[in-house]
Design a binder for this molecule. Structure first.
Ligand SMILES: [Zn+2]
Length: 302
């Protein structure tokens, strides 16, 4: 659509007509300033009985005034869409979820790995919630560096094995969807991003799954462990936002090549080939991830 500078005022407001004096006159507006062009510039809507219509170009021709003496304001034209801002979830909703841990399968499994005290500490640090969406399910809140909550990912784990429940379907959902918050602009951040400001000096390690970040944090607390919350959620922008930190990626076996390509584009980011080097054929077939490896190593040394 053409971007006309002068237009009949929208919204139905009418003023007295300079010809017939009835309140049926629609003025022309200068869209640069939002002001009427002049009191006599406009159209009377009594087309049959009055018919008064003076356009801006007729007015400028008649008066010799130069409409272009008004500079175009610096603001962006309204036709250009603003960059989309992420939606957020109220902090109180997250707080209300941080309870009921005896019903939370992920937390129960974590207790079997680390003992109750350490499991609850890790759960508190990562602000893991409990969800009623499926009995036993948990919420991995994505809290950005400003402490704003981008969303929560609801997942169900087996409390004995610590594995995701994927049958008869993968048990994954989003808090903003379950709560039917619409419209919602989802812009995911890294899981655990809120921990970056707490530990400004620690190097950063990035894994794929939330569970892996939490468990690795329990075994190797010298790093701030973050998760991409999905194989495909790693990109150069998310890595560039960690600029100035020492960053190591720990991809799952299946994602090594893809993550390497992304890491190579960002200075200061390295990719660990720990799993690539240590994995046996059987491990590869079983889709071994860092959690399995850490559990195995730590049981052997215990
Ligand atoms: Zn009139």
């Amino acid at each position: 659509m053409a971007d006309y500078r002068f237009a009949l005022e929208k919204g139905g407001r009418k003023v007295p007509c300079p010809a017939c004096k009835r309140i049926r006159f629609v003025p022309y507006i200068d869209t640069y300033t939002g002001e009427p062009v002049a009191s006599e510039v406009g159209r009377c809507d009594r087309e049959d009985s009055c018919g008064y219509h003076l356009t801006p170009s007729e007015y400028f021709y008649m008066t010799g005034k130069n409409p272009f003496s008004t500079p175009r304001p610096a603001r962006k034209p309204q036709t250009e869409p603003e960059p989309e801002q992420p939606s957020f979830i109220d902090t109180e909703i997250m707080r209300a979820s941080m309870t009921g841990y005896n019903q939370n399968n992920h937390c129960r499994w974590l207790c079997s790995v680390f003992g109750e005290q350490k499991a609850f500490d890790l759960t508190a640090v990562y602000k893991i919630g409990t969800s009623k969406h499926w009995p036993g399910s948990c919420v991995f809140w994505q809290i950005d560096r400003d402490g704003k909550i981008r969303t929560g990912k609801i997942m169900l784990y087996d409390s004995l094995t610590g594995r995701r429940v994927i049958k008869p379907f993968p048990h994954v959902n989003w808090v903003h969807k379950v709560m039917k918050i619409e419209p919602y602009t989802l812009q995911q951040c890294l899981f655990g991003e809120h921990l970056l400001s707490l530990d400004g000096e620690k190097p950063v390690a990035i894994v794929e799954s939330e569970k892996t970040a939490i468990v690795a944090s329990g075994f190797i607390p010298e790093y701030v462990w973050l998760a991409t919350a999905g194989k495909h959620n790693l990109n150069t922008d998310k890595l560039k936002s960690l600029c100035g930190r020492k960053v190591t990626l720990y991809p799952d076996l299946m994602a090594f090549d893809k993550w390497k390509v992304i890491a190579d584009r960002v200075p200061g980011v390295t990719v660990s080939d720990l799993l690539e080097r240590r994995a046996s054929e059987a491990d590869r077939a079983a889709g071994l991830d860092l959690v399995d490896y850490l559990l195995r190593e730590n049981r052997q040394t215990a």
